[in-house]
Design a protein around this ligand. Structure first.
Ligand SMILES: Cc1cc2nc3c(=O)[nH]c(=O)nc-3n(C[C@H](O)[C@H](O)[C@H](O)COP(=O)(O)OP(=O)(O)OC[C@H]3O[C@@H](n4cnc5c(N)ncnc54)[C@H](O)[C@@H]3O)c2cc1C
Length: 312
């Protein structure tokens, strides 16, 4: 086996970042196996039945029916030991950050996280996303995780694949922890990573009293609301809405940047958006360098008008 992609179940269906990891694997080339763990392993396997990979390996065991860091890390370890893939790929999600370092430690395989590209070697961002570094592993076997939107899920190549189950050897001395509900559910069901429409608000909104007009627009559009860091730091919106290097990484079909300047720490979290519409009263704002559609104007005037128009 050349590549093993470890999948993630996102509340009953395949996580977008797992699809992106499969695209990364297809670009790498070689035989690709994917690993689905948990009580929905067969459901995840079904989602991939028309995809160009060699096989889906399913693991379903009472002790890993739902996610736990010690359970999943033990399963991935046992599969790697048995199948000897040269490269293990995974999306760089919260869950990955939680348990993949354990797999790396258990097996003494290097883990290179948050890769953004494989064009000229393995590229990741360093120094608060100001520089790109090319990283290589000194070992033949390595674990890589991809930053959200490093690849487009739409580029998954169709084909056929088989499925087989893998018997794991687990007992309660190995799996001792239980996870709480996923982060997004705890945060009032806001799932920015999977959102198709995001309206993101920056310091240009001027004060907390103006935030409700953003939510009115979001309601009319069926969008989630995100924010730049100053809006979160000011306490106008909670931290789970922050987008950027110290917040979430998103890739919606449409990202509306309202009164956001376009600092690199923000851009790194939303540059994977398929379409970016920016509204800013400063024609020289850096956000316009990456925007597909630019509106030079005052968000406090434009947002209510947009809401009224869309209501009509
Ligand atoms: C270690 C570190 C981590 C960071 N992490 C993040 C992060 O995760 N996410 C993040 O967002 N930032 C992050 N930052 C902060 C980042 O550097 C910027 O300061 C921040 O993104 C700027 O937010 P902003 O665009 O809302 O505000 P500003 O830069 O102040 O921009 C406000 C914009 O609104 C426009 N404007 C003002 N009034 C109006 C109006 N009425 N109508 C239209 N436009 C208007 C202005 O022209 C301006 O372009 C981080 C910084 C550091 C040092």
């Amino acid at each position: 086996m050349d590549i093993l992609v470890v999948l993630e179940d996102n509340r009953g269906s395949l996580h977008r970042m797992s699809k992106e990891a499969i695209v990364g694997a297809q670009k790498m080339g070689g035989s690709i196996s994917v690993l689905a763990i948990g009580n929905n392993a067969n459901g995840l396997a079904n989602e991939l039945s028309n995809i160009d990979i060699s096989e889906v390996i399913t693991v379903n065991h009472d002790l890993v029916s739902t996610y736990s860091a010690d359970g999943y890390s033990e399963v991935v370890k046992q599969v790697i030991e048995a199948e000897s893939p040269s490269t293990i790929l995974i999306g760089h999600s919260y869950q990955t950050r939680d348990y993949i370092p354990r797999v790396s430690t258990k097996l003494d395989i290097p883990f290179i996280p948050d890769i953004i590209s494989m064009e000229n070697g393995l590229v990741k961002q360093i120094l608060n996303s100001k520089l790109n570094a090319t990283i290589s592993a000194a070992t033949d076997q390595k674990i890589l995780s991809f930053q959200s939107s490093a690849f487009s899920e739409e580029a998954m190549m169709p084909g056929n694949c088989s499925s087989r189950s893998f018997n794991v050897d687990l007992d309660s001395s190995l799996v001792r922890s239980e996870s709480e509900d996923p982060f997004q559910e705890a945060a009032a069901d806001v799932d920015l990573e999977s959102a198709e429409l995001i309206i993101s608000v920056g310091r240009g909104i001027e004060k907390e009293d103006n935030i409700p007009i953003v939510f009115e627009l979001a309601k009319v559009m069926g969008a989630e609301v995100g924010a730049s860091r100053p809006v979160v730091d000011s306490g106008w919106l909670p931290s789970f809405r922050q987008i950027g290097s110290s917040g979430q990484t998103v890739s919606p079909k449409l990202y509306l940047a309202l009164g956001i300047s376009g600092a690199i720490q923000h851009v790194v979290g939303m540059k994977g958006s398929k379409n970016i519409l920016a509204i800013n009263k400063d024609a020289d704002a850096p956000i316009f360098e990456i925007a597909d559609y630019a509106v030079i104007g005052d968000v406090l005037e434009i947002i209510p008008k947009l809401t009224e128009t869309l209501k009509g």
